[in-house]
Design a protein around this ligand. Structure first.
Ligand code: ATP
Ligand code: MG
Length: 438
C-alpha cells in the first residue's frame, strides 16, 4: 500500500491584517504608555465599546454616500438571528451610540473621552493602509465653543512634541452649518456642472451624491478646476465665522502653526464647522496621521437629545511609522536579572530567588529548559539583563546564590537568599549612577 503524502497549506493571516510581533509590539506598548499619560494630562477618560455594531449605526452616522459605507465595511449577517452587523470602521459612531444608550449626557456638563483599538475597512492594502488598523480616538461631548476644538488641536501638537515627531503640519478648515453647506453645495454643483465634461468618472458620480468630496480629489488633472471652485468659507454665516476665528485665535496664542485648506472636507458626513488634519510628507501617499473636527448634529441624528461634540482619531500604524522615521520607539524591555541554575535543588532555589526578586519589583527571567552553565550564561547575556543570579549545587546546599554583573565591572559575589533583593538593588543603582555620571 502506498501512502500518499499531502502537503498542508500553511494558514496565513487575512490580507491587510497584520500580526504585530514582540519587537514591534513592545514599541506599541511604549507608545501606548506615552499616549495614556498624555490623555490623562488633559483630563480625558477611557471608554471601551464593542468591535461589532449593528450595520445601521454606521450607515446613519457616517452617511450612505461615503467611501466607508459604499465600499469599505466588513458587514455580515448574524447566522443565528439574521441581524445585520458590521466590524467597526471607526470609533465615533460607536462612542456616540454608547453615550446615548447609557444617558451619559443627561446629568448635564460635558464628557471628555478616549478609546483605542482595531478598526476594519476593506481597502486595497498598501503601505500605511490596512484592512485592520488601529486608532486612538478622542471625543468631547457637550461642549459647543471653539475652545474644545482648539484644545484638541493643542493636545495633538503636544503629543507630537512628546514623541519627538518631525514634519507634521496642521491643515484647518470650517464646513459651517448644514444650511451653509447646502447653499455652498448648490453653487458648487452649478460650477461643476458647467465643467462636467472635464470631471473623471468618480467626479461625475459624486456630482449628484456627494459633490463636496470632489474637492479633495487626488486626480492631478482636476486640481486647477477644484482650486477655482466656490469656497465654503465664503458661505459661512456670522456664528460659524466667529467660531472659526475663535479656534484660530487660540491656536495663534499657543504658537501652533496652521494652513487653511479650503478643500479639506473630510470623508464622513457627520462633520460641521471645524475640521482638521495633521499631515506629514515623510510617509509617502498615506500622509494623514490624525484627523478630526466638530460633529454637532450626530448625537441627535443617532436618537439622543441634541448635544454639541467634537473629536479626532489618530492612525496608530502611521504615527508609529513616523515615530520610527524620527528616531523614536527604539527601546525594548529588558529584564533586570536572569537566573541560571543547574541541578534539581538549584532549580527550586532559583524559583524562590526569582519570585523573591519579583516581589521587590524587579523584572526577572528565570532560565527554563536546562543546558550547561555556559549556554545558560549566553542566554543571560543575550537577554539584555544587567545581572545574572547563578545557582549551582554548592550554592543550593548553602541556601545562597551567586550574583554576577553582566554589563559593568565587578566579579561574582555570593549572597544569602534573604539579602538578595538588597544586593541586586545596590548593583543596579550603582550602575545607573555610573551610567548617568559625568
Ligand atoms: P484616508 O484619507 O487616508 O483614507 P480617512 O479620511 O479615511 O483617511 P479617517 O476615517 O479620518 O481616515 O481616520 C483617521 C485616521 O486613521 C487617518 O488619518 C489615518 O491615519 C488612519 N487610517 C484611516 N484608514 C486607515 C487604513 N486603512 N489603514 C491605516 N490607517 C488608516
Ligand atoms: Mg479612507
Amino acid at each position: 500500500m502506498t501512502e500518499k503524502k499531502t502537503t498542508i497549506q500553511a494558514l496565513q493571516a487575512v490580507r491587510g491584517m497584520n500580526d504585530i510581533l514582540p519587537d514591534e509590539a513592545e514599541v506599541w506598548e511604549h507608545f501606548e504608555d506615552i499616549v495614556r499619560d498624555w490623555l490623562k494630562s488633559y483630563g480625558y477618560r477611557p471608554i471601551r465599546m464593542p468591535i461589532v455594531e449593528p450595520t445601521p449605526l454606521f450607515k446613519r452616522a457616517i452617511g450612505e454616500v461615503t467611501d466607508i459605507v459604499e465600499k469599505e465595511m466588513y458587514s455580515f449577517e448574524d447566522a443565528l438571528n439574521g441581524e445585520q452587523l458590521t466590524l467597526r470602521p471607526e470609533g465615533t459612531a460607536s462612542c456616540v451610540r454608547a453615550v446615548i444608550q447609557h444617558k451619559l449626557l443627561h446629568g448635564g456638563g460635558g464628557h471628555r473621552l478616549y478609546y483605542h483599538g482595531p478598526m476594519f475597512r476593506h481597502e486595497r492594502p498598501q503601505k500605511g493602509r490596512y484592512r485592520q488598523f488601529h486608532q486612538i480616538g478622542v471625543e468631547a461631548l457637550g461642549f459647543e465653543g471653539p475652545d474644545i476644538d482648539a484644545e484638541h488641536i493643542l493636545m495633538c501638537a503636544r503629543l507630537w512634541d512628546d514623541l519627538g515627531l518631525e514634519d507634521v503640519s496642521l491643515e484647518l478648515n470650517s464646513l459651517g452649518s448644514s444650511e451653509e453647506r447646502a447653499r455652498h453645495r448648490a453653487e458648487l454643483v452649478a460650477y461643476l456642472q458647467a465643467h462636467e465634461a472635464r470631471l473623471d468618472e468618480d467626479g461625475k458620480r459624486r456630482l449628484h451624491t456627494n459633490p463636496l468630496r470632489i474637492l479633495d480629489t487626488k486626480n492631478p488633472e482636476l486640481q486647477d478646476l477644484v482650486e477655482a471652485a466656490p469656497r465654503l468659507v465664503d458661505f459661512l454665516g456670522e456664528e460659524s465665522l466667529k467660531h472659526f476665528e475663535g479656534v484660530q485665535a487660540l491656536l495663534k496664542d499657543a504658537g501652533v502653526h496652521f494652513r487653511i485648506n479650503h478643500r479639506l472636507v473630510r470623508g464622513l458626513d457627520y462633520y460641521n464647522r471645524t475640521v482638521f488634519e495633521w499631515v506629514t510628507t515623510r510617509l509617502g501617499a498615506q500622509g494623514t496621521v490624525c484627523a478630526g473636527g466638530r460633529y454637532d448634529g450626530l448625537v441627535e441624528q443617532l436618537g439622543g437629545r441634541p448635544a454639541p461634540a467634537a473629536g479626532f482619531a489618530m492612525g496608530v500604524e502611521r504615527l508609529l511609522a513616523l515615530w520610527r522615521e524620527s528616531g523614536g520607539g527604539g527601546e525594548t524591555a529588558q529584564p533586570d536579572v536572569y537566573v541560571v541554575h543547574q541541578g534539581e535543588q538549584a532549580l527550586r532555589l532559583a524559583f524562590r530567588a526569582a519570585e523573591a526578586l519579583r516581589g521587590h519589583g524587579f523584572a526577572v527571567l528565570a532560565h527554563c529548559g536546562g543546558g550547561s552553565f555556559k549556554s545558560q550564561m549566553k542566554k543571560a547575556d543575550a537577554s539584555g539583563a544587567q545581572l545574572a543570579v547563578v545557582i549551582g549545587e554548592d550554592e543550593a546546599a548553602a541556601g545562597e546564590v551567586g550574583l554576577k554583573p553582566l554589563r559593568g565591572p565587578g566579579g561574582q559575589q555570593r549572597v544569602a537568599l534573604e539579602g538578595l533583593a538588597d544586593a541586586v538593588a545596590e548593583c543596579l543603582f550603582t550602575e545607573e549612577e555610573d551610567d548617568g555620571g559625568v
